[in-house]
Design a protein around this ligand. Structure first.
Ligand SMILES: O=C(O)CCC(=O)C(=O)O
Ligand SMILES: [Fe+2]
Length: 362
């Protein structure tokens, strides 16, 4: 399994830049966190503020959160000056935000991934990951239309590459968690019939709590995916339901060997050479995926950034958009799962340690 090639592909899909191996390396490019369109700072504004230090040749989204950018200067001296002046200090010209910065290097061209080596299954029983279930035709085409009309009548929040809506509790991309004290209100009535169906979902054991109180709606344009991640254990209870509508995609699951852990502040590039098990499943519109147990706690899930997915030898074009409804239950108290290697509650809550790489964030 070509772990390095896969890692290169997902990084390339999100950013053309990567963290230097050595923390003292400087470069003309700065990775700037806490800065970007989702925190009210346009790329033009950022460019003009950084221009005070030298010629800015480009400002790019660093990932799909919209809150981290790469500022490229024509030379290293200008980048160093900007770093000295702005790193860690509130910046009045940028709405007083405190920027977190480091130098960033252009990535080598990504290797072409051998997609053929990855079988995409149609059924969860073929995927055979404990705790992963898929129900086809969970809702009817008419119900799908109702859900689409409802979310299209509600305000979207734009991230760098996709749009989102949050209900119940806002999902905070910076910390990959929620503020459990900030209840936004009950889930909207247009999802009541989905919640009813969830309560009679065939698997897993019926005694697990299914009272979902957080909903994230994601809208992915064709070709846009989602970086590999495990939903933060301390943020959400075990069961995660994700309903696909409007268009299909494939979802890949990855399991790293026992003992693998993201190094503090590490990136996917740091993980190159670490082999992982890789399996994928096709998610057709109107299907409901349940992630529970090992599949929820110990496997990363990932939507490749493809315009076409190859499923059982057949090319399936992504639709102009896929919309997903992810239902979760906010966790009260620490996670006590048996997958400690992946559990931020049990390994410490340092975001840099417990999360996938900053530049390929969820
Ligand atoms: O779009 C999906 O089906 C998955 C979304 C997801 O993994 C998440 O919001 O954490
Ligand atoms: Fe997720």
């Amino acid at each position: 399994m070509a772990a390095a090639a896969a890692a290169a592909e997902e990084e390339a899909a999100n950013s053309m830049f990567t963290r230097p191996k050595c923390s003292t390396t400087t470069s003309p490019n700065l990775y700037v966190a806490n800065c970007g369109p989702t925190v009210g700072l346009s790329l033009e504004t950022i460019s003009s503020v950084f221009s005070a230090f030298g010629l800015v040749t480009g400002v790019h989204a660093a990932d799909d959160t919209g809150a981290r950018v790469i500022v490229c200067f024509s030379d290293t001296t200008a980048a160093q000056a900007a770093y000295q002046a702005l790193n860690g200090n509130p910046c009045p010209q940028l709405r007083g935000r405190t920027l977190r910065m480091r130098f960033s290097l252009p990535k080598l061209p990504a290797k072409v991934q051998d997609n053929d080596s990855l079988s995409v299954f149609l059924l969860a029983s073929e995927l055979a990951i404990p705790g992963i279930y898929l129900v086809h035709d969970f809702i009817t085409p008419e119900e799908e239309e109702v859900l689409l009309a409802a979310v299209d009548a509600s305000p979207w929040k734009s991230l760098a590459k996709r749009r989102v809506q949050h209900y119940g509790y806002e999902f905070l991309y910076e910390t990959r968690n929620v503020d459990a004290r900030q209840f936004l209100g009950n889930l909207p009535s247009f999802v009541s019939f989905v919640l009813d169906k969830i309560s009679s979902f065939p698997e897993p054991a019926n005694n697990k709590c299914r009272l979902m109180d957080q909903l994230t709606v994601n809208e992915y344009p064709s070709g846009v995916g989602l970086s590999p991640h495990i939903d933060t254990h301390s943020a959400f209870d075990e069961l995660i339901f994700s309903l696909s509508i409007a268009g299909p995609c494939i979802m890949e699951f990855r399991k790293y060997p026992q003992g693998t852990w993201y190094p503090p502040g590490g990136t996917v590039a740091d993980m190159e050479g670490v082999n992982f098990i890789r399996k994928a499943i096709y998610l057709p519109p109107r299907s409901m995926l349940l992630m529970s147990g090992e599949g929820r706690y110990a496997w990363h899930h990932y939507i490749p950034h493809h315009k076409v997915d190859v499923v059982k030898g057949q090319s399936i074009k992504r639709a102009s958009r896929r919309v997903s409804f992810t239902f979760r239950k906010v966790r009260r108290g620490p996670c006590r799962c048996e997958f400690q290697q992946c559990c931020d509650s049990q390994r410490g809550s340092n975001v840099e340690r417990s999360c996938p790489p900053l530049e390929t964030s969820q």
